[in-house]
Write a protein that binds this ligand. Structure first.
Ligand SMILES: [Zn+2]
Length: 178
């Protein structure tokens, strides 16, 4: 209710309405930013899965088709933009149960009976290709399956799956070294 001289003019009324609309937009925008911020707080980063093949395998791997894997210890590098631990847990579930729907290249390997889970390294804020390059630079490391796990690679890695030399060990950063 507007009384006498205090009643706003039509122009003022319009600008109040505009201001209210603007406030609503600002409110919604900051609410969104808060929600996105909370989502962002969930850990993102890279991970390394360690697995062992007790004997050589020949296996169909999604888009790669039939692929040969020599026996040995492997390191696979992946990443998640959020829910890093959940992603690793999903891979592990496939590896332990030997069932489930393979989605990433490595899943095809994980569900195979001859592949055994040998641990994982979670690198919060790690960058997939940087970790991959670090592993690739170790002496004796090979990438026997070109393109494996590296469909979205930006640094020209041969693959994101590495066959480790026999006497490798993990250093503190979770990166393999001899
Ligand atoms: Zn890469």
């Amino acid at each position: 209710m507007w009384v006498g001289a205090l009643a706003p003019t039509r122009t003022e009324r319009n600008s109040f309405a505009e201001a209210a609309k603007y406030n609503a937009v600002c409110y919604e925008r900051s609410r969104r930013m808060l929600i996105d911020g909370l989502i962002d707080m969930k850990p993102r980063g890279a991970y390394v899965l360690h697995l062992k093949l007790s004997r050589p395998l020949r296996l169909a791997v999604g888009s790669l088709g039939m692929v040969s894997f020599p026996a040995g210890f492997y390191a696979y590098v992946g990443s998640a933009r959020k829910g890093l631990a959940a992603r690793v847990a999903r891979h592990k579930r496939l590896a332990v149960r030997k069932s489930g729907n393979p989605h990433w290249h490595v899943d095809f390997l994980l569900v195979h009976p001859q592949a055994s889970w040998a641990g994982e390294t979670i690198l919060e804020d790690g960058v997939e290709c940087e970790v991959s390059k670090q592993i690739a630079s170790q002496q004796g490391v090979r990438a026997p399956v070109p393109g494996f796990g590296s469909s979205d690679c930006r640094l020209g890695c041969r693959a994101h799956l590495y066959l480790m030399p026999k006497n490798h060990a993990l250093n503190k950063g979770g990166i393999f070294s001899r």
